[in-house]
Design a protein around this ligand. Structure first.
Ligand code: FAD
Ligand code: MLT
Ligand code: ZN
Length: 464
């Protein structure tokens, strides 16, 4: 029997032929790429932990072209791997074998924006940061923000149901995505690109594709509800002695900052060590075991400042917080945010990273980090914890000098078993991809089969 972490077998898909290449070259003039140098970056994931051997990269510009490609691949039984910005962290964005890579990079047009409703429609390959820049000029923002914003595509965000740094305030994409256009595996175009706030006419089909990670079809266009750009943004970077104090600060902050609270993130001292060592980012406050990034977003700076000031005074006098610094100018706000956003990058300099992205009851969020440290002892180089406290989402990361199967064997299924024991989820926001696909049952009952398994069963392949 294959081990749970092992790659799946190559299924009996067809191999690419000269006739296939001729078809794609004719369908996508200039958009069917076979140059191995150009393919290299598309065959390796962001973490450089999964490498495929796709021999063809397709870069369609229209939904009709995506439809033609998928219809042809379906008829010819050719495997396809949809790819957005290739920033996914679970190995789902790159081929494992010789799948055709279908990139959304040239599906990158903004279609419409209505400044009254704040509803944006765009093609799936628009880069998140580009959309944010476009909206900011019109005094709006995207409802999601993540460290990968410079590369990730909105289609990839929807396909993974990405959470990120603003979820606490604006909710998940399941609420802010109003419509999707999707091309199904057989080439049929499903037009659910609604721009309506309310739509109870029948089933909400688009929900099936949010978080489906490319298993049910290729998302080609998205409509999304965008909030107004807040005119006042403040960020506080605080230090706590214990995780209990951090939770106490969260409770206090929800009460005292209320509607202006837009993020509550944390990192531990081990993360701070990596930021100092690998990225030369100095700690803006005194050393503490835990750090918090709090952001407020509102429409009246004086009002928000007063609230923040009262909150900080209370947090300090009640000894929840040991030290802190506050920013409201753009440069310092960005600098404080980078202490949280760049942990992922700092980890890549520390060695091979085993990444876990779990949802847990917030009271026990950090216990898993401590338990993993105790469990692994000196086998791990570093065991660090950071994440989205406001969403109950812990990022537990373990580094080692290089890939280490025996270390991985000690971590998995320990982390998943621990998570299941508190009724958590083994994938909070990154998805299952290749790396977590075999662990779904730690968080979902057996009948909740992955769509991939259902498909395989339907075509007669025994998935066990
Ligand atoms: P890809 O990586 O290209 O693809 C991801 C998956 O979606 C793959 O399975 C792919 O097949 C599928 N897919 C892509 N596009 C489509 C499409 N158009 N139709 C159908 N399927 C498609 N994630 C979070 O949730 N929160 C974070 O805070 C966060 N921060 C990150 C920070 C960094 C530095 C990095 C590197 C990653 C981070 N991520 C985060 C993970 C990642 O950025 C997100 O999952 C992102 O949404 C992926 O978008 P992408 O365009 O890069 O998709
Ligand atoms: C984050 O919150 O920083 C992202 O999800 C990326 C990561 O987990 O490293
Ligand atoms: Zn995250």
């Amino acid at each position: 029997e294959r081990s749970p972490g092992a790659a799946p077998e190559r299924l009996p898909f067809s191999r690419l032929s000269q006739e296939d290449l001729a078809f794609f070259r004719e369908t996508l003039p200039g958009g069917a790429i076979t140059d191995p140098d150009l393919l290299e970056a598309h065959n390796v994931d962001w973490l450089k932990s999964v490498r495929g051997h796709g021999e063809l990269l397709l870069r369609p510009q229209t939904t009709a072209q995506v439809s033609e490609i998928l219809r042809y691949c379906n008829d010819r039984n050719l495997a396809v791997n949809p790819q957005g910005g290739n920033t996914g962290l679970v190995g789902g964005s790159v081929p494992v074998y010789d799948e055709i890579i279908l990139s959304t990079a040239l599906l990158n047009n903004i279609l419409t924006f209505d400044p009254v409703s704040g509803i944006l429609t765009c093609q799936a390959g628009c880069v998140l940061e580009g959309l944010s820049g476009y909206l900011e000029e019109q005094d709006f923002i995207m409802p999601l923000d993540l460290g990968a914003k410079g590369s990730c595509h909105i289609g990839g965000n929807v396909a993974t149901n990405a959470g990120g740094l603003r979820l606490l305030r604006y909710g998940s994409l399941r609420g802010t995505v109003l419509g999707l256009e999707v091309v199904l595996a057989d080439g049929r175009v499903l037009d659910c690109l609604s721009t309506l706030r309310k739509d109870n006419t029948g089933y909400d089909l688009k929900q099936l594709f949010i978080g489906s990670e490319g298993t049910l079809g290729v998302i080609t266009a998205v409509s999304v509800l965008c909030p107004r750009k807040p005119s006042a943004v403040h960020v506080a970077f605080l230090g706590c002695q214990t995780f209990e104090q951090l939770l106490g600060t969260f409770k206090l902050c929800k009460g005292m900052l209320g509607e202006i609270l837009s993020a509550f993130e944390f990192l531990d001292a081990a993360c701070m060590g990596l930021l100092n060592t690998h990225l030369k980012l100095p700690n803006p406050i005194t050393d503490c075991p835990f750090y918090i990034v709090i952001e407020t977003s509102g429409s009246n700076s004086a009002h928000d400042e007063e609230k923040l000031h009262n909150f900080l005074e209370e947090a300090m006098t009640s000894s929840l917080v040991t030290d802190g610094t506050v920013a409201s100018d753009d440069t310092k706000v960005k600098a404080l945010w980078s202490m949280r956003e760049r942990v992922t990058e700092a980890l890549t300099h520390d060695g091979y990273t085993y990444k876990y992205d779990v949802s847990l009851p917030v009271e026990g969020l950090y216990q898993l980090v401590t338990a993993t440290r105790d469990h692994l002892g000196s086998r791990a180089k570093n065991v660090v914890g950071y994440g989205h406290v406001g969403d109950g989402n812990l990022h537990l990361n373990i580094t080692s000098p290089g890939p280490d199967p025996s270390l991985q064997g000690a971590i998995e299924p320990f982390v998943y078993g621990w998570t299941a024991g508190v009724r958590g989820s083994v994938s909070a926001e990154h998805g299952l991809g290749l790396k977590k696909r075999n662990y779904i049952y730690y968080s979902k009952p057996r009948p909740a089969r992955t769509s991939c398994e259902l498909y395989l069963e339907a075509v007669g392949v025994n998935v066990g």
